[in-house]
Design a protein around this ligand. Structure first.
Ligand SMILES: NC(=O)c1ccc[n+]([C@@H]2O[C@H](COP(=O)([O-])OP(=O)(O)OC[C@H]3O[C@@H](n4cnc5c(N)ncnc54)[C@H](O)[C@@H]3O)[C@@H](O)[C@H]2O)c1
Length: 267
């Protein structure tokens, strides 16, 4: 039993892409969903679409996860409306592709703000709302957290940080529960999915579908739904004894021991 019906689920960056796919998967479980995104109008449209299609409660808020004041504002609204939170998915993330020798400080701060600071402070606020009943946090990492790709150092570092954040918060919040219901913290590390983030890479010519297909043993990209299913699993009671783990959902990419050298040369 997943036990997600009527559970309060908060997903950042869910106006589109993988986050939207996750919201859809929780909607199918009958959860009450809060989607928040820096693109507030797009988030509202997404919420209306999901509520209409699945007949579930979906609320949309504007949020900038790089700004702790903005995070606290949204959590105050969640507290006022529901008084608790059951599931937090830290999905909002950005990619800035640039050679390390040329990477600018402002871009470093922006990327780390969205990809690492945001998940930390959202998790902090989520844990406060999970204090009484426990809950589950799922962080969205990336296959690149362990299979590094050149020209994306800060992104790779931020996602490696997500794996560490997951492990350290899991252990900290498992230890201080004193027999109360657990707060579990896990991560999903997706491989390659054709969202706007990846299409940007195709447009810029820094990665091609051909390169991806050559590197991924399954020889195809993932469907957003395949990532969402793993998130739902880790958030559900079916994962009740799992915490501190990063689950790779990448068609075997991370399992492939020997990198395809022709792929590296092509870049
Ligand atoms: N697409 C892939 O192949 C892939 C692979 C591995 C990991 N990921 C990760 O999955 C997550 C979702 O990526 P996606 O591919 O759906 O990207 P996407 O660009 O389609 O969606 C990201 C969403 O985050 C929102 N966002 C950006 N900055 C924000 C901020 N400051 N505050 C709040 N929201 C903000 C965007 O508006 C957008 O709706 C990211 O964490 C990404 O790193 C994606």
């Amino acid at each position: 039993m997943k036990n997600l019906t009527d559970k309060i689920v908060f997903i950042t960056g869910a106006a589109r892409g993988l986050g939207y796919g996750m919201a859809e998967a929780f909607a199918r479980e009958g959860s009450k969903i809060i989607i928040a995104d820096i693109q507030e109008e797009l988030a509202s449209e997404a919420a209306a679409r999901l509520a209409e299609k699945y007949k579930v409660e979906v609320t949309a808020y504007g949020i900038d996860v790089t700004d702790v004041a903005s995070i606290k504002q949204v959590f105050n609204l969640i507290k006022e409306r529901y008084g608790k939170l059951d599931v937090m998915v830290n999905n909002a993330g950005i990619q800035i592709r640039c050679a390390s020798k040329e990477f600018q400080e402002k871009d470093w701060d922006k990327l780390m703000g969205v990809n690492l600071k945001g998940p930390f402070f959202c998790s902090q606020q989520a844990a406060l709302l999970m204090e009484r009943d426990g809950g589950a946090i799922v962080n969205i990492s990336s296959g690149t957290s362990t299979r590094t790709t050149p020209g994306r150092a800060p992104y790779v570092i931020s996602k490696g940080g997500i794996n560490s954040l997951t492990a350290v918060l899991a252990s900290e919040w498992a230890e201080d529960r004193n027999g109360k219901k657990a707060i579990r913290v896990n991560a999903v590390a997706p491989g390659w999915i054709e969202t706007e983030m990846v299409k940007d890479g195709f447009r810029l010519g820094v990665v091609s579908e051909k390169q991806i297909l050559a590197a991924v043993p399954f020889k195809r990209l993932a469907d957003p739904e395949e990532i969402a299913k793993a998130v739902v699993f880790l958030a559900s009671d079916e994962a009740s004894y799992i915490t501190g783990q990063t689950l790779y959902v990448d068609g075997g990419w991370s399992a492939l021991g020997m990198p395809d050298l022709s792929v590296c040369q092509e870049k």
